[in-house]
Design a protein around this ligand. Structure first.
Ligand code: CTP
Ligand code: CA
Length: 229
């Protein structure tokens, strides 16, 4: 029975993880979404739980099995995701891996939009969604000891990630290149750069499950060293 002797360095620690896309309604039957599968966020949640953490996974709409030993809260919109994330605080660890829609439709219709005969499409005014990572990273009263964000970028990946580290009040940004050629979205592998105030560490291309496992171990080590001070 290996499980009985598995090290549980995160026992007694609480974690909140966001994962998946958000869906932003246009009307009762239509929404704006993105290509996030939730695989990476769910893998991190599972790996934190495997190290003994008490994990709340706030998940947008995904077609994944709930990770074992994790409390899953399902949401659709960015605003629902923010509320569920704040409700999971206080926590020691926040990992914001969701691909939150940057904008929502400002005035979603209560009834299905119909073609009006003129041929003119309806104007879709957009409103900025709340930034969940920045809200948690800058939270005056309930900021977790370790706040981790992801950054899906194309082009100057590390530069954009470092800017997000500062702007969102994160301790770590896990940055990856999501150019179509990378195959990250929907795929099972990920190539990530760990961007912290101290520097950047690049991991080899790994299965998303393995990235989750290593990230959970990185988090456990970081929390342990902070506690030792
Ligand atoms: N994030 C969030 N809430 C948002 C937008 C992003 O919590 N409304 C989080 C993501 O979960 C991720 C990190 O912020 O951990 C970076 O997301 P990203 O989309 O790369 O950042 P943005 O600030 O939205 O910048 P961009 O214009 O590049 O999309
Ligand atoms: Ca964004």
């Amino acid at each position: 029975h290996f499980a009985a002797t598995a090290p549980r360095p995160l026992a007694g620690r609480r974690a909140v993880v966001t994962s998946g896309p958000t869906h932003e309604p246009i009307d009762p039957v239509r929404y704006i979404a993105n290509r996030s599968s939730g695989k990476q966020g769910h893998a991190v949640a599972a790996a934190l739980a495997a190290l003994g953490a008490e994990v709340t996974l706030v998940s947008g709409p995904v077609s994944l099995v709930d990770p074992a030993g994790v409390r899953v809260v399902r949401v659709e919109t960015a605003r629902e995701m923010l509320q569920a994330t704040l409700a999971a605080l206080p926590a020691d660890i926040a990992v914001m891996a969701a691909a939150v829609a940057d904008w929502r439709v400002a005035d979603a219709a209560d009834t299905k939009l119909k073609k009006d005969g003129s041929g003119a499409p309806p104007p879709l005014g957009l409103a900025l969604n709340p930034d969940i990572l920045a809200t948690v990273g800058h939270h005056a009263a309930l900021r977790p000891a370790l706040v981790v964000g992801f950054a899906a970028e194309t082009g100057a990946v590390e530069i954009y990630a470092r800017e997000k580290l500062a702007r969102k009040g994160a301790d770590l940004i896990v940055a990856n290149d999501v150019s179509p050629a990378s195959g990250v979205f929907g795929g099972d592998a990920n190539t990530v750069h760990l961007v912290t105030a101290e520097g950047t560490e690049t991991w080899p291309t790994l299965p998303k499950a393995e990235v989750g496992t290593r990230l959970a171990a990185w988090i456990a080590a970081r929390l342990a060293s902070a506690t030792d001070l």
